[in-house]
Design a protein around this ligand. Structure first.
Ligand code: PLP
Length: 408
């Protein structure tokens, strides 16, 4: 009989969101009249920018002509999109990133998991706790961890706790690690990194020959012009970092799918024989073999994000969600709750009141206010006692959710 990948059997109870789905389904079955407001999963709610839709429609029409038809595209993405990204997201901020270092993909969730394909066994891997669960689960699936312990932490991973005690900024590890996952603005805590904090990580990575996997899926939500949007704004990051970006949250492409990964040329790792190997070549090879590119239509839509009209629409979308975050922050603060995040990120991170645990608060809000959020403990043991609310929703739903919570 065919053998299964035993690493999958090490995964704990399942990914967080299926468990939320299970509880919500059970609640809805028992209370079919309840009108739920979902501030749980970080999916966007507002329509795609007109500039993107128009570009996609034009691309569809082109596909209906012999001259404008596009079959397989370059696995790395079309040059015009890679050029726009390199120029507007990086070079305009003083980052030395070239178009051929941009790899367009169908999601940063996939990329941040798939990157393990090109990294070897035996790397000491550091993740924050709480953390975007994909980083941990993809390491488990790839056999880069041991079993989960009682707290749900996997043997072999280095967990860097983040909480109000350290201002949600992980301390640089005291033990040497080879691979570090950083996410700023952070999912789930909503924290953002200063230039000095990122520099400390880059300095650590360079001095330990470590690699930083920098997830900047939420960079568009940064409000303070002094804060860095990219790890490549930090000197030396080209020697030690890969960055993941996405059109999901800034331009509403969660259902449309387009993202990209930046792998600087010259960034190296070591082979088993000690030889230095460029990661760019390995990722290029990986993508060429296992990926066939994002559709022409969608890439044209993503390109329109960089047009003047697209930029204005993205700005409006981001402002809309950040206004939601501000409403959530204000309303919950007025109830005396301890609130974090939500200033440079679409997530508000709440200290659960009265010593309630995360799932207890989840059930409380679900049952009493019919509001769905995300238990902090689902993001890691150190997330226990916290709760995440997402600002991705209509204004009407955000206001209604806050009114219901206030009336409890
Ligand atoms: N990275 C982080 C930190 C996220 O929170 C998410 C989605 O919620 C993603 C990546 C996924 O992005 P994409 O839609 O590009 O796969």
């Amino acid at each position: 009989m065919v053998k299964v990948n035993g690493n999958y059997l090490k995964l704990k109870a399942g990914y967080l969101f299926p468990e939320i789905g299970r509880r919500v389904k059970a609640f809805s079955a028992a209370n079919p009249e309840a009108a739920l407001i979902r501030l749980g999963i970080g999916d966007v709610t507002e329509p795609l920018p007109l500039a993107c839709r128009e570009a996609m429609k034009t691309a569809i029409d082109a596909m209906g002509t012999a001259e404008g038809f596009h079959g397989y595209g370059p696995e790395q993405g079309y040059a015009w999109l890679r050029e726009a990204i390199a120029q507007q997201d990086f070079q305009s901020r003083g980052c030395e990133i070239n178009a051929d270092e941009i790899f367009v993909s169908d999601g940063s969730k996939c990329d941040s998991s798939n990157i393990l394909d090109i990294l070897g066994e035996g790397n000491r891997v550091a993740v924050t706790d709480p953390v975007y669960p994909v980083y941990v689960d993809s390491n488990v699936m790839a056999g880069r961890t041991g079993d989960a312990g009682a707290e749900g932490r996997y043997a072999g991973l280095t967990y860097l706790p983040i909480s109000a005690d350290n201002n949600f900024a992980a301390e640089i590890p005291s033990e040497p690690v080879d691979l570090i996952y950083l996410c700023f603005p952070n999912n789930p805590t909503g924290a953002v990194a200063t230039r000095a904090q990122l520099k400390a990580w880059v300095d650590y990575a360079r001095s330990h020959n470590a690699l930083i996997l920098f997830d900047a899926a939420y960079e568009a939500f940064i409000q303070d012009p002094e804060l860095p949007h990219s790890i490549f704004e930090i000197e030396g990051a080209r020697e030690c970092a890969i960055e993941f970006r996405s059109f999901s949250k800034n331009a509403g492409f969660t259902g449309t799918r387009c993202a990209f990964t930046v792998v600087p040329k010259g960034l190296k790792g070591t082979a088993a024989n000690g030889e230095l190997v460029e990661l760019w070549g390995l990722w290029n090879r990986r993508q060429s073999t296992k990926f066939n590119g994002v559709s022409y239509i969608i890439q044209r839509g993503a390109e329109a994000v960089y047009s003047t009209a697209g930029q204005a629409e993205v700005k409006t979308l981001v402002s809309f969600y950040m206004e939601n975050a501000s409403i959530i922050r204000q309303e919950l603060t007025s109830l005396g709750l301890q609130i974090y995040g939500g200033e440079h990120a679409p997530y508000v991170w709440i200290k659960t009141p009265n010593g309630m645990d995360s799932w207890g608060f989840f059930d409380h809000l679900l049952n009493k206010a019919n509001v769905v959020g995300t238990p902090g403990s689902g993001f890691g043991a150190a997330g226990e006692g916290y709760f995440r609310l997402s600002a991705f929703n209509s204004r009407k739903n955000v206001n209604e959710a806050m009114a219901r919570i206030k009336s409890l």
